[in-house]
Design a binder for this molecule. Sequence first.
Ligand SMILES: C[S@@+](CC[C@H](N)C(=O)[O-])C[C@H]1O[C@@H](n2cnc3c(N)ncnc32)[C@H](O)[C@@H]1O
Length: 173
Amino acid sequence: MRSDAERWNARHAAADDAGPHPPDLLRGREHLLPPGGRALDVACGRGAVARWLAARGFEVDAVDVSAVGLAAAAAPGVRTIEHDLDDGLPPRCTGPYDVVVCQRFRDPRLYPQLTAVLAPGGLLVVTVLSEVGVGPGPFRAPAGELRAAFSGLEILVDVDGGGEAGLVARSAG
Ligand SMILES: C[S@@+](CC[C@H](N)C(=O)[O-])C[C@H]1O[C@@H](n2cnc3c(N)ncnc32)[C@H](O)[C@@H]1O
């Protein structure tokens, strides 16, 4: 069986360059972003979000298993980190981060770590595939998974429907 890295290297190599652009859930909500600081983009892919954050002055750690994706993510202000998230966050990514983004990648084992590395007042943006509106699937979150996982944060945006769930939340300042 091909590894995550092999499968995703092939997909990223075939992809058109995209971005930079904000995380989907921050489109039109850019005012929620802290003014600057450190950011973590988990499973960053080709780094469209990481590069957007760097262009806004954040120092970004961009993590992915795909070397091909990370090569496209490289930009001033972006530190690329090749790492298999099956092993949790990279040991060097202890934070604190003012922004943590994990978009279109779901591993519930990471949820406590995403909260733990947030700075006081830090912003978390997460999107995953969801069962809501489409039915169960191997990579899909059951209804309310994100809300429950991040209930210790102040939830600012909470969407779940049409096969996608997402959350924007802030840690206590
Ligand atoms: C659907 S893409 C999302 C990319 C990016 N976050 C975005 O919103 O465009 C999922 C990403 O997860 C990465 N990925 C898959 N399995 C992984 C693993 N075990 N460890 C680290 N990254 C992984 C893939 O390389 C891919 O870049």
